[in-house]
Design a protein around this ligand. Structure first.
Ligand code: HGY
Ligand code: MN
Ligand code: MN
Length: 425
């Protein structure tokens, strides 16, 4: 008779999630735990301690991904991975990324104490720099693992203060000299990520579990406008190559033509740098980021082309035109998650008497890149008012526990065999 699926320890899960949120805690209740920061290093230290308590084998790779492995019988079989990210936005919430790492840790600790057979390893993973706030674009750890971006290209990226990922990554790794290093990349039999929805749909539908169908497509652009400095009091308006004036014309057209293209496009200018940023100097340089998302690949491509055309057209719209360079940093098409794993998630939710619904992810996740290399799926839990990337982000202990129990119940049979196709014995 197959042993019953073990119950997770909801109190331990919530206690640890709040303890993690103390690392990088902000006064208004959020967290600032940016990638490769002191807070990120402190979070690694805490994860290593909790992993040791559960008997998990620690390791990392040279991309700064952290792994905690629950051994299975056949150590040569590809492991099932589960996790998310520990890094946050500068004014992030307690649960974005952290909920998925803590859920995976709790599932591993629960399964470690269970008599259920494990034919293969379960590896808890925290991907390096999902958010891309300090070092952009993000998802560096999962992209390096999946071979989407080279480690060399990642190490060359610098933050606003000029610090390179290389230096910050080497500092992280030097902090844990005895931590075993594992090769970058495969094998991975499957990947599962629990995450807060970061939107309002589950809460509006009073539904406890989201079975994520896929992630909408995303383009990120960097736009650099180059004009010329000038004296604010003496240079005639018609003579000016004013980079900020060019930006304002671009922005007006971008928000109107792209941001207003339809009811589901998401268009954001989230970062704007002006140089020399002096009140009495005509701005010579403006650099800004465009974050463009849409679930339809053809529409995303069309709106991306429109962004590029608007920037070029508007740079020239003045007596003394500016130069403009538009670089696409991220080109992530919409994806579909593994149907078999989605079926397992829905069945696990039903098995616990939890309501579930299919849902498209409007936010990006590391699972996007794992899906290019192994069967991958995501479990969403609701978050209050759909708020995320803000300090008042919140999910309840009951919602986190429900999602974690589903994660654990999906993982258990996946570990019981070395073939994902076979249903658990
Ligand atoms: O931006 C995103 O979609 C993710 O939350 N970092
Ligand atoms: Mn996230
Ligand atoms: Mn995020």
């Amino acid at each position: 008779m197959r042993a019953a699926l073990p119950a997770i320890d909801a109190a331990r899960l919530w206690r640890r999630t709040l303890a993690l949120a103390e690392i990088g805690a902000l006064p208004a209740g959020g967290v600032n735990r940016q990638a490769l920061s002191d807070a990120d290093i402190a979070a690694w230290r805490q994860m290593l301690q909790w992993g040791a308590e559960a008997g998990l084998e620690p390791a990392c790779d040279l991309a700064g991904n952290l792994f905690l492995t629950l051994p299975g019988r056949d150590r040569t079989a590809a492991p099932v991975l589960a996790g998310s990210h520990l890094d946050s936005q500068p004014t992030g919430g307690k649960f974005d990324g952290a909920a998925g790492v803590m859920a995976a840790l709790e599932a591993a600790a629960t399964l470690a104490a269970s008599p259920l057979p494990r034919a293969r390893d379960l590896t808890v993973v925290a991907w390096m720099n999902e958010e891309g706030s300090r070092f952009a674009p993000g998802m560096m750890g999962s992209e390096a693992f999946a071979g989407v971006r080279s480690l060399a290209a990642i190490r060359a990226v610098r933050d606003a203060a000029g610090c390179s990922v290389a230096d910050a990554l080497d500092r992280l790794l030097a902090t844990f000299p005895a931590l075993p290093r594992r090769p970058l990349g495969p094998p991975a039999a499957a990947f599962l990520e629990l995450h807060i929805e970061q939107g309002p749909l589950l809460e509006a539908a009073a539904t406890q579990i989201g079975v994520v169908t896929g992630i909408q497509g995303k383009y990120t652009y960097e736009v650099e406008i180059t004009g010329a400095e000038g004296h604010a009091g003496t240079l005639d308006m018609a003579e000016r190559r004013d980079a900020l004036a060019a930006f304002t014309r671009m922005a007006a057209q971008l928000y109107a033509q792209v941001g207003g293209a339809d009811a589901i496009v998401k268009f954001t200018i989230g970062r704007l740098l002006v140089a020399p940023n002096a009140p009495s100097v005509v701005p010579a340089r403006v650099t800004f980021r465009i974050d463009l998302r849409h679930p339809d690949a053809a529409t995303l491509a069309r709106l991306g082309a429109r962004c590029e055309a608007i920037c070029t057209e508007q740079a020239a719209q003045q007596a003394a035109p500016c130069a403009v360079a538009v670089t696409r940093l991220v080109d992530a098409p919409p994806n579909d998650f593994d149907v078999g794993l989605r079926t397992r998630i829905a069945a696990a939710a039903a098995g616990r008497g939890l309501s579930s619904m299919p849902i498209l992810s409007a936010a990006g996740h590391d699972a996007r890149h794992l899906a290019t290399m192994c069967p991958t799926a995501m479990i969403f839990i609701p978050c209050r008012d759909g708020v995320s990337h803000a300090e008042h982000e919140y999910t309840s202990p009951e919602q986190l526990a429900a999602g974690t129990q589903v994660l654990s119940d999906v993982l258990a049979p996946l570990l019981a065999t070395t073939s994902l196709e076979d249903p658990a014995p």
